[in-house]
Ligand binder design. Structure first.
Ligand SMILES: Cc1cc2nc3c(=O)[nH]c(=O)nc-3n(C[C@H](O)[C@H](O)[C@H](O)COP(=O)(O)OP(=O)(O)OC[C@H]3O[C@@H](n4cnc5c(N)ncnc54)[C@H](O)[C@@H]3O)c2cc1C
Length: 529
C-alpha cells in the first residue's frame, strides 16, 4: 500500500540537514529523503584535505568559536569531557553521535547533488516540487516529486575575492582562506592576510607560527574577542545571558557597545593601541573570535596594516603608505558570497540587498509554505541552536500545525528587520539575514510554542527561572515545553556549569561561585583597573 505520509526532500547533510531530518522524524508523518553531494555527512565539520568551491572548508586546527554548551543541540548536551571550544573532529563526533542516536543517517543518499528544484505543474493546488538529483559517481539523473523541501546547503562555501588595482601583476601566491589547510608551505615566507573576521585572524595566527612575518590588512578593523572570557571561562558562557541581552531592548546599541568595549574587550586587547581601530561599534559588526591574537601582536609575529591600495609584482602598497611591502603570499580572508543555484528565480526574491525570507526561513512570495531555507542566517552568537529551532518550526509548518501570517505581515516584518539591520550594520550583501542570538531563538521558539513560560517558572521553580534568566542562554530551555519536550531539559540546564568546568580541571570541579561573589569581583575589578 502506498504511504500516506508527506514526502520531504532535505538538501544537504550538514548539521542543518541532520537537524531537519530529526525534526521531521520526531514529528512523524513524513517520508524523508536527504541528498548530500559529497560522500560524507557533517558539512563544515567533516574535515577534507582538499578545498572544494561550494563546500565549507576548515583547517586541521579549526576549533569552534562558540563554546560547547552554547552551541549544543536542544536535547543532546555535549559530553562533559569535551573541551569547551571543541576541535573540528570533536564537533564531527558530536554530530555523528546525535545522528546515530536519532537514527537519521539511513535517510541520506551520498554523492547526490541536487541540480534543480522546480514547481510541479499542479503547484498552484498542491504546493509540490520536482527535485532533480545527479549522482556524482554514476552521473545518473533522477527526478522525484516532494510535498516539501528543506534547503540546508550552508552559505560559507563560495569564496568572495575582491579585486584591487594591479592585482594581476602580483607574481606571488594569492588565494582565498577557503583553500588554506596546512601552514608548512608558508615557512619563512612573508604573508599578507586580508580581512579581520574569524578566518582572517585564524589564518594570520596559524601562519605566523612558521612564517617570517605576517601582515594583517583590514580596511575597517574589527573588535576581537578572545575565547577565554575575563573569568577564565568561555567568553560566551559569561556574556550570552538573557538579562544582559535585554539591555539592548532598553538602551541604544551604541551605548551598550561602548560599555562592552570599555568594560570588557579593552581589558583583553586594547584596540586603540593598534593602527587599525574598528570604525564601527561592537554591535554593528560581527565580533571576531579567536585566541592569542593580542600575544601575536605584542610579540610582533603579526603586524596590523590598513587596507590595500594597490598591488605590485612583489607586494602591495597599503593605504596611506608610499612604500611597497613585499610579500610572497597573499591570503584573502574576505568572506563568502551566497548562491542557491538549483532554485527557481522566484523562490529567493532579492530586492536590492533585501532577501525576502520570513524570519530568514520561508520565501514570502510563494503561494504555499512548502519550501524552507534552514541555516541561512548570520547570528550574533552561536549558529547551531537557532538553526535547530528553524528546523523544528519548519516541521510544524509542514505538518500543518503552525500557520504563517499573511504575505503582507511577513513582508512588513522582513522589511523592518532589514531596515533595522541596515541602520545598525550598514548595507551589505547578507545584511537581511543578520540576527541577534537570544532574541532570534526566542522569536522562532514562539512560532511553535517552545519558548519557556518564564512567569510560570518564576512562580513554580525559581532555581530554573534564575538559570534561564541570569545564566547562559542554553538551547535545552526550548525543550521544556511545546512540541516534543525532553524530560532531561531541566537537568541539562541545571548541570551545564559542571559540563563547562569539567574539561578545565579534568575532574568534577569544586568551584561554585555564588552571584554575590561574582558581583563583588566585578565591582572590585571595575574599581581597581
Ligand atoms: C571555519 C568555520 C568555523 C565555524 N565555526 C562555528 C562556530 O564556532 N560556531 C557556530 O555556531 N558555527 C560555526 N561555523 C558555521 C557553520 O557553518 C555552522 O556551525 C554549521 O556547520 C552550518 O551547517 P549547515 O548544515 O547549515 O551547512 P554546512 O555545514 O555547510 O553543510 C551543508 C551541506 O550541504 C551540502 N550541499 C551543498 N549543496 C548541495 C547540493 N546542491 N546538493 C546536495 N548537497 C549539497 C554540502 O556538501 C554540505 O555537506 C563555522 C564555519 C566555518 C566555515
Amino acid at each position: 500500500m502506498a504511504s500516506k505520509n508527506k514526502r520531504v526532500a532535505v538538501i544537504g547533510g550538514g548539521v542543518a540537514g541532520i537537524a531537519s531530518m530529526v525534526a521531521l522524524k520526531e514529528e512523524g508523518g513524513f517520508d524523508i529523503a536527504c541528498f548530500e553531494k559529497t560522500d560524507n555527512f557533517g558539512g563544515t565539520w567533516c574535515y577534507r584535505e582538499e578545498s572544494v568551491i561550494g563546500v565549507a572548508s576548515i583547517m586541521p586546527t579549526t576549533h569552534l568559536v562558540t563554546s560547547k554548551e552554547l552551541s549544543a543541540i536542544s536535547n543532546f548536551p555535549p559530553r562533559k569531557e569535551c573541551s569547551n571550544f571543541m576541535r573540528h573532529d570533536q564537533v564531527y563526533e558530536y554530530i555523528q553521535e546525535y545522528a546515530k542516536l536519532q537514527d537519521v543517517l539511513k535517510y541520506i543518499q551520498f554523492n547526490s547533488k541536487v541540480t534543480e528544484v522546480k514547481k510541479t505543474d499542479d503547484y498552484e493546488e498542491t504546493g509540490r516540487w520536482i527535485v532533480t538529483v545527479k549522482n556524482t559517481v554514476t552521473r545518473e539523473i533522477t527526478n522525484s516529486v516532494y510535498d516539501g523541501v528543506m534547503v540546508a546547503i550552508g552559505h560559507v562555501n563560495r569564496p568572495n575575492i575582491p579585486s584591487y588595482p594591479g592585482q594581476d601583476l602580483f607574481k606571488g601566491n594569492l588565494f582565498h582562506s577557503h583553500s588554506l589547510k596546512e601552514v608548512d608551505p608558508y615557512k619563512n615566507k612573508t604573508i599578507i592576510v586580508v580581512g579581520m573576521g574569524c578566518s582572517g585572524l585564524d589564518a594570520a595566527i596559524e601562519t605566523s607560527n612558521v612564517a617570517k612575518q605576517v601582515y594583517l590588512s583590514a580596511r575597517n578593523g574589527a573588535f576581537v574577542v578572545d575565547r577565554v572570557g575575563i573569568n577564565g571561562i568561555p567568553y560566551d558562557y559569561d556574556m550570552l545571558r538573557p538579562y544582559l541581552y535585554q539591555l539592548m531592548d532598553i538602551f541604544p546599541t551604541k551605548f551598550i557597545s561602548w560599555c562592552f568595549e570599555t568594560g570588557y574587550l579593552d581589558k583583553q586587547y586594547n584596540h586603540n593601541l593598534y593602527p587599525v581601530v574598528p570604525k564601527q561599534h561592537l554591535l554593528a559588526r560581527d565580533p571576531s573570535v579567536t585566541s592569542n591574537f593580542s600575544a601575536k601582536l605584542i610579540n610582533g609575529a603579526v603586524i596590523q596594516k590598513p587596507g590595500i591600495q594597490s598591488f605590485t609584482e612583489d607586494g602591495v602598497v597599503f593605504e596611506g603608505e608610499t612604500e611597497v611591502t613585499k610579500a610572497d603570499v597573499v591570503i584573502m580572508a574576505t568572506g563568502y558570497t551566497w548562491k542557491f543555484p538549483f532554485l527557481e528565480e522566484d523562490v529567493l526574491v532579492r530586492e536590492e540587498n533585501r532577501i525576502d525570507l520570513y524570519k530568514c526561513v520561508f520565501p514570502i512570495h510563494l503561494k504555499h509554505p512548502t519550501i524552507a531555507i534552514v541555516g541561512f542566517f548570520l547570528p550574533f552568537g552561536p549558529g547551531i541552536p537557532p538553526g535547530e529551532l528553524q528546523c523544528r518550526w519548519v516541521a510544524q509548518v509542514f505538518a500543518g500545525k503552525c500557520k504563517l501570517p499573511s504575505r503582507k505581515i511577513m513582508l512588513e516584518h522582513t522589511r523592518r528587520r532589514y531596515e533595522a539591520n541596515v541602520a545598525r550594520y550598514g548595507p551589505s550583501e547578507k545584511v537581511s539575514i543578520k540576527v541577534d542570538f537570544i532574541q532570534y531563538c526566542d522569536e522562532i521558539a514562539v512560532e511553535f510554542g517552545a519558548k519557556p513560560n518564564l512567569l510560570k517558572y518564576f512562580l513554580t521553580d525559581i532555581h530554573l527561572f534564575s538559570k534561564i534568566m541570569f545564566g547562559p542562554s542554553l538551547a535545552y530551555q526550548y525543550r521544556l515545553q511545546g512540541p516534543h519536550p525532553w524530560d532531561g531539559a531541566r537537568e541539562a540546564i541545571m548541570t551545564s556549569e559542571e559540563r563547562m568546568l569539567y574539561p578545565l580541571a579534568r575532574r568534577e570541579s569544586n568551584v561554585r561561585e555564588n552571584m554575590l561573589k561574582i558581583l563583588f569581583r566585578k565591582a572590585l575589578s571595575a574599581l581597581l583597573f
